[in-house]
Design a protein around this ligand. Structure first.
Ligand SMILES: [Zn+2]
Length: 200
């Protein structure tokens, strides 16, 4: 869906309020209290960490097999903010994210289209109050006071990626015998996830 806020000139006083709700940094409480709903349609290239992971994975392909336009592949969905409790004390978000990501098959090392679909149900809290909350929700522990909803989308997609992507049809044949390095090339997403966790 096109962002209606993108049409027309912006006055200096409204530029901040009329920004991009997926990218703007706000507190979960603000997002929940305003009942913010965000419909989005973005590209892989809009998500810095995700782009880096996919790019690293695709480096295993022969250059002539590299899918052109993998950065333009669409990531779309909706986020709805609100409260998880009747007292309006526990901000939460529900939503769904889907898209198709180019990856490398870990059996035949050929290109692969990986469809991903994730449902989100997160509660924003610190560890102390987490146990008091609704157990239907996963807890998102805030490291900073504010967040960019884009980060939730990116994390959801990254966590949904399989540790080793593989073709599911019979066109997939294993690496040929002389490719002795292939056996070591497993779990690229897992290694990158671990690396990201260390950075955070
Ligand atoms: Zn394969």
């Amino acid at each position: 869906m096109a962002n209606a806020f993108d049409s027309g000139p912006r006055g200096p006083y409204h530029a901040r309020a009329m920004g991009n709700p997926l990218r703007d940094r706000r507190t979960p409480l603000e997002l929940a209290a305003s009942g913010q709903v965000i419909d989005f349609s973005n590209k892989i290239g809009d998500f810095e960490q995700l782009e880096r992971i996919v790019e690293g994975d695709l480096e295993a392909l022969d250059p002539d097999k590299l899918p052109s336009g993998w950065r333009d592949s669409e990531i779309r969905g909706q986020l709805s903010f609100g409260f998880a409790d009747a007292q309006n004390g526990l901000p939460m978000v529900q939503g769904e994210v889907s898209g198709t990501i180019d990856a490398v098959c870990q059996r035949c090392l050929g290109p692969l289209k990986l469809p991903l679909s994730v449902e989100l149900k997160l509660m924003f809290t610190d560890e102390a109050s987490a146990s008091a909350g609704d157990s239907d929700f996963e807890v998102w522990e805030l490291e900073e006071e504010t967040l960019r909803p884009l980060e939730l989308v990116e994390e959801a997609i990254i966590m949904a990626m399989p540790l080793a992507a593989m073709h599911k049809d019979e066109s997939c044949h294993g690496p040929d015998a002389e490719d002795s390095g292939a056996g070591e090339k497993v779990r690229p997403f897992a290694a990158l996830k671990a690396q990201m966790d260390n950075e955070n």
